[in-house]
Design a protein. Sequence first.
Length: 140
Amino acid sequence: MQLSKKDVLEQANKAFKNTLMETLNIEAIDYGDDFLVARMPVTPRVHQPDGILHGGATVALAESVGSFASHVFMDTDKFFIRGIEITANHLKSVKEGFVYAKATFVHKGRTTQLLDIRVTDEAENLISICRLSTISLPKK
């Protein structure tokens, strides 16, 4: 049974409670057949000392949305998902507003998955491009 968009977003936001995602105010906001989108507010809480978005916060957003996308699109009754590698290229800085991370699959294998995560600002300017590899390991 395929979950509805509302169900997936509720499931994601419930899973984010009491985690790093809640600390960073990351919220899942959109979902489709092959993507998941989350957003994070850019406030002093996620700034570098000079007042711009910290690259580590951007990577935390990207890994969060990418890992949850793998979780949604894989059979988590039989497998658990773990991130195994992430890369990020930061292209533009942001001082305020929201950043949005859209995770889409490049490869969706039974054991490994590769996701492209594009982080944009409110004006849809590309902020960072990330790649996340995840692994599906059998539950014992």
